[in-house]
Write a new protein. Sequence first.
Length: 390
Amino acid sequence: MKRIIFAILSLLLLSGCWDREELKEIGIVAAIAIDKDPKTGGFIFTSQLLKPAAESTQTPSPDKPFLLISTTGLTIFEAIRATNQQVDREGFYAHNKVIIISEELAKEGLLPILDSFQRGKEIRGYVWLCIAKDTSARRVLETESMGVSRIPAIIINRMLENTTKHLNSISSNMLNFYKEVLGGGIDSVVSVLQIEEKKNKSQDTAVKFTGGAVFKKDRLVGFLDESEIRGYRWVKGDIETGAISLQSVLDKSKYVAVEVKKINTNIIPKVKGEEISFTIDVSLEGLVTEQQSTGTFEDPKQLIEFLEAMEDENKKLIEGEINKTVGRAQKEFQADILGFGKKLNKEYPKTWNKVKDNWPKMFEEVPYEVKVDVNITSTGLLKGPFKPVQ
């Protein structure tokens, strides 16, 4: 009898998913672009919906594998719901890869724009967050990027994943943006997308990641170029690998390529009475992967001297880029993007509680020093550069 009752109860539990949505009834949204509506002051909301049939491996189609739908609304939620007036499937946002917001809107503040996504929980917190510079957010999704995939959202997603492999741009997601904006003691830097004009006949334009967008609280205040974003990333230490080109000490007209293999960074706050200062300590390991100048090293001593000289050149480059970035953050943006305040709060919480209300002003003048140690551990398989046979 007990077995019969258990079987009946089990059948009641196997009633299925009451709120499931059939795949054929939904439209999978892979990317979102948000621009300002000049007519109403509201929003232009663009969804990039996938068309799986166009990407079928069995019956490939020449049609684009995605569909762009733009709607308007005084709120983001109103614009999202308006997509149902233009497409035959309900938007499904759980697989959305990226949110692209126009430069114009970002200057007004991101928190009101992102509120609907956070509140509704339809979009996951680790979705990529990008700013469209010098162009509309929709145009980024319209542009055919140079990628293997034919779907812009997938190309952008993979490019963002690859930022740990180079130094000239940055990746950021919505969750980290919220943590930094609401946490205090640090301001955000967000990914930047630009439209790059091409000169070849096969492609007129392409999407490119470059530099970073600087925020003070949730408002865009300016942009970092590629050398400045490198300075930012040296301090953040979020680099797996990357390439550095240095002027060769053997021939000033030639270059040496150094691959970053390991980096450790620490921001050290110091409090002495009423004085607050910081030390940025960077330790980098790398190896020589290319040497353009020709010649040979006569003995191991010359090779060691060459590596030491290149280490000094690398050190100067890193110090210069860090100083350039901190200088703009302090004097132009007044935005603590490196997290000096956050570190001060961690190491000296009592001091932070005294100064946090006035920190944006104090940050402009806070003294700091940069200490860089570079260790080039290898020249690869070659002991020295090649020398042509006479």
